[in-house]
Design a protein around this ligand. Sequence first.
Ligand SMILES: [Fe+2]
Length: 461
Amino acid sequence: MITDRWGNDMTAASQAAADRYSDTVFSYLEFRKDTGDCLKALMAADADMPMAHVLRGYFFKLFAVPALEERAKKGAADAAAKAQARGATPREQLHVAALAAWAAGDYARTVALWDEILVDHSRDMLALRLSHFTQFYMGRSAGVRDAIARVLPRWRESDPDIAFLHGMYAFGLEECGDYAAAEDYGRRAVAAHPDDTWSVHAVAHVLEMQGRHREGIRFLEGLEAHWPACNNFNFHMWWHKALYHYELGQFDACLSLYDQKFRAEKTDEYLDLTNAIAMLWRLEDRGVAVGDRWVELTERAEKRAGDLLMPFPDMHYVMALAAGGKMDAANGMVAAMKALPDDPVNYERQVLRTAGAILAGAITAYRAKDFGRAVDLLMPIRYGLQPVGGSHAQRDIFALLLIEAAIRAKRPALARALLAERLALKPNSGVSWDSYGDVLATLSDSAGAAQAKQKAAAIRA
Ligand SMILES: [Fe+2]
């Protein structure tokens, strides 16, 4: 019987070929740089393996690049043909169907198929990771958590790969606000497997959400030696470190990490762009001179303006276009989102043409200095932004935008209310105490303003 690393039956030419499949999935789990090489070795070992074609098709989808969408569709057709020719197992057939659904933009069916696989095959690591990840980009926090919870009891504690599950579960728990349990699972995972950056990332999120910024910086410093082996996900880790510095008001440190770490390489990858765009936006709103850093981001956003593939990065492309003065292109993206056909099956399109288009309109209004309009657009949908995707920490940029828009629209009472709300969630945010102090001073609450400024200074000290 040929099986993968996790004991799932494989339709493969040899055990060695199945081992190459396991290598590839393992490399993907660890965000290693050699995932592409592993995939090549897999194809060389067995070019007719159904799961090899499924895996390659999944990778095309994970890039989230329009040019690879057709290849993902072709990958689904190839996988189906190989599955039929070789007589694939029912589990593998479900993967083929999941790839076809994903290539068609039907996220709900895709995730349902992976979850169906996991009911009977709790050790299908690929289905597990993809269900976890894709639901994250759907903003479906409970699914991110529960995909792992459902299978965890079926894994042996002695299995070293259970650390991957603990790390994923930690992230799901964190996104659901269960920070204590998230930290517990996350730290167990990191202790067992410190080069699993996704687990480190889960703990980093807990520390961010709980405002444990200095502790977060120290925590990441203890693990960053592992990141050179990591693909571009390492940039996101440096971005998290910069986020701690931002909340502490240490903007020079943010810019230094920007230049030397997470934007040292000027890539076109969507996560890299969102890291950079969201950080520059934050800093500029705090009055930091960001120099000509928008220029390359705006150029890259212009090239990706037609993507409309993943709502969360698409919002950031609108931000970069508007920040870089390409208002026509930014407005063009908003118009293109509104013009998307009503396609209930296609997840991205449905989000983009509804909440996405409104949010993007608020971003362009803000940058056009129509702050009142930005507020009016955002206020009614602020609790409906989760489907845009990304983490709570990432979507925080939209909460910050709304607060700043209220301040600049000269609606200080609303800004006071929104800042009170953010500070209740983030009592250690130096930047928000600063803004709160300014707003209270505007409202002639000098005692409150002094108190807020004192808190900001104490956090910075
Ligand atoms: Fe993150």
